[in-house]
Design a protein around this ligand. Sequence first.
Ligand SMILES: [Zn+2]
Length: 643
Amino acid sequence: MSTDPTFIALPTPEHTAAWVLAQVEQGLAAARTGVAALKAHPPADAMAALREFDAVETALSNVASVGSLFSEVHPLEEVRSAGEAAIQEVQRLSTELSLDRELYEVFAGLDATGLDADATRLLEKVRRDFRRAGVDQDDATRARITAINERLVLVGQEFSKNIRDDVRSIRVRPEQLDGLPQDWLDAHPAGEDGLVTVTTDYPDFLPVATYCTVRQTRLDLRLEFLNRAWPVNDDLLHELFDLRQELAGLVGYQNWADYDAEVKMIGRGSAIPEFIDQVTAAAEASGRRDLAVLLERVRVDRPDAEVVDSVDAVYYERLVQQEQYEVDTQKVRTYFTFASVRQGLLDVTGRLFGLTYVAVPDAPVWHPDVAAYDVHRGSDAAAPVVGRIYLDLHPREGKYKHAAQFDLVRGVEGRQLPEGVLVCNFPRGLMEHDQVVTLFHEFGHLVHHVLAGHVEWIRFSGVATEWDFVEAPSQMLEEWAWDAEVLRTFALDADGAAIPVELVAAMRRANDFGKGYAARTQMFYAAMAYAFHVERPSDITARTRELQERYSLFPYLEGTHMPCSFGHLEGYSSAYYTYMWSLVIAKDLFSVFRKEDLFDPEVAGRYRDLVLARGGSADAADLVADFLGRPYTVDAYTAWLAQ
Ligand SMILES: [Zn+2]
């Protein structure tokens, strides 16, 4: 007999460090015991073996979820440290298991006959993970793989550290900072020699790039910015690309991009440049058109200007948006008070996905700012509970600085209910519209986590889909935060007047300006990430210059070495295309929703059940095709880009 799963009972904050330690101890012990049993008495029945392994993965997942959440959000330092230690312990054991020959043999020898579709898929994934880790290679090869992986961690850390540590600066006279906001100028007084120091850190670099009227200042700072970590990271990049190539070769792939792409929606490495070229072509017309608008505006100031470069692009884009689209951001924010936006988000997503959120004021939480809600599947609180969400939306000391969704529990039908957390840093008063869009985006991940928390296997629970698809549902949900009729349900000013339809239209036009050339810049970055891994060029700077000329609409700046500070070469490796790939799918998914009725329950219900609720139970391409009734295409995206 099994009992219905319940929510985990979080301890009070001061008891949480001990609680996390106990979770780690019990979780890892359960995982080790499970693995030992599998190896000592390998079940002949494939389903039984998968069930036992699923229990091991569930134990590890539960420790990892608690660890990563509390390491980033808990107000007590000792709990954050305990969370970090938990993550490291799980990683260590996971790596050990991925190279455990005896454990691999259990799964390699199973007969898959008679398994249902989900279990067959799971067994394939388990075997594939082992093979990709290199567990089936001979001892010498496995030793080399282990050495490569250890070296890759160090190279990656050093590469990132060099970027962080190489803060450069320029020194300028105060009048060379004309145009910067007064509060920024006040914070940057001149030294005894009359010069102001301006660094390449974002709080200096971005305002100067955006507001400084003096081109020479913008140019000098950008040159420094693009040369961070040069030349030290050039050697590390060569080593990084060589090690990844060697690793891919040892486990049977032609190159790193093929190895990396195998577990993504794109499938094969050679599809990456095809995708890049497709987007590049689609962005050509609107990119050139908006570039011409920028050049015309540059020539008002400098009649002899022949091209727009990145030094001018950021500065003049803001001017064009301000002068030609007349969006008063000060006025816009008066419509977005935090409390009404939060309620609006719950109302909009509840209506769209057929959910009811019921506040649980007595649920234990880690900070008084955190609000817990039970999620009911249905139109009222009598409907069954399918998960719990926690909204942790304001900044505080020691808390994660960005916006993201975290797991607390990954759900498995009949065993554990999904619990997820939205972590953001919004003001308590008025919000920018950008922040409203971010809130909808992140909530997209949260609702995906909850709805896909009722699958049969932990491996497929929540946002366990391909990495280049995972952003699509969130990118699509952003559309509801750009729709005037949706916004007018909760975007009200102090007198209760809804945001004007014309203002939303102007905001959309301003936001769309420059999307073509921005897409081309992104494709330049994506082309670098792919080409560097596949070609491993001897002269990275020379190859950068060629790729920039081919893909970007802004020219290469002489003497710069941008890849040395392009941190995503570490994290994304050859797959920087992923965000744009997800956006292509998001635009196609959204094309099914009719503009006149974004809440059509038939369309929204099919989307919820066919795409979100299945988590990783099927390939993303199949989830999408089941919803669309056809394979996805780039048409909706290219039409949007061409507008
Ligand atoms: Zn996202």
